[in-house]
Ligand binder design. Structure first.
Ligand code: AMP
Length: 242
């Protein structure tokens, strides 16, 4: 069987396996620019469980201009973390929705020890099986990715001027909208976001280990997103059968 067919079959098996098991809580962990969002979108297709991105949820609140949006907007623009109680509530409410019953992919959460503790409580209440995938990426690759990032303000599709340019420069392939640089992808804000990661988020690696969560390092610097996604699927699979 060729690699693509084998991959397709094992992905299908994985979906089938998931139907009969406890739900999967896949935690995509890593610094800004490590590809968590890209991986989440690829894995949603294969695993048929939803992506839960706290960054996307918060941006949506900012876009609609509601009370949560007003509270978090300045912090997000500055690249610093919003309050734990705000994101914990968003995640708690999102996990209660029916599409998350068979599992979910967390992208950008947890980011602090208080969030990780809340998540552990939420998971133990649901009997979900947690797998943490740590996307390991060189610092220079992260900077190149984040400074080159462009986003469609209409559909949210992400591009990169170097690694994933749109067909026509500056224009979304899907709906023709003019692409934008996210406020928090400006260079001084990128520095803040990376500092927040180092100080508040990276230490969670030890927290996950101490709390008996399975944590896998995956090199995500050089390979294509599809190749990284295949590696993650193999790890989930080995986890299922161990
Ligand atoms: P992201 O798109 O995941 O990089 O998130 C963008 C911004 O949203 C971050 O720089 C934070 O200001 C905020 N944010 C997203 N997720 C969290 C979280 N789990 N905890 C605190 N702030 C968050």
């Amino acid at each position: 069987m060729n690699p693509e067919a084998e991959q397709a079959r094992s992905s299908q098996d994985l979906v089938e396996d998931r139907r009969s098991q406890t739900s999967l809580a896949l935690i995509l962990f890593g610094p800004p620019g490590s590809g968590k969002g890209t991986q989440a979108k690829l894995l949603v297709k294969t695993l048929a469980i939803p992506q839960i991105s706290t960054g996307d949820m918060l941006r949506e609140h900012v876009r609609t201009g509601n009370a949560v949006g007003t509270k978090v907007e300045a912090k997000m623009k500055a690249g610093i973390l919003v309050k734990d109680e705000v994101v914990n509530r968003l995640v708690d409410e999102r996990l209660a929705q029916p599409d998350a019953a068979r599992g979910f992919i967390l992208d950008g959460y947890p980011r602090t020890r208080a969030q990780a503790e809340t998540l552990c409580d939420l998971l133990s209440g649901r009997g979900a099986d947690a797998v943490v995938v740590h996307l390991v990426v060189d610092y220079n690759v992260i900077i190149a990715r984040l400074t080159g990032r462009r986003q469609c303000p209409v559909c949210g599709t992400l591009y990169n001027v170097v690694s994933k340019p749109p067909r026509v420069a500056g224009v979304c392939d899907l709906d023709g909208a003019a692409l934008i640089v996210r406020d928090d992808d400006r260079e001084e804000v990128i520095r803040e976001r990376l500092a927040a990661y180092e100080k508040q988020t990276r230490p969670l690696i030890d927290f996950f280990r101490e709390n008996g969560k399975r944590l896998y390092d995956v090199d995500a610097s050089h390979e294509t997103p599809e190749a990284v996604s295949r590696k993650i699927l193999v790890l989930i699979r080995s986890h299922d059968h161990s």
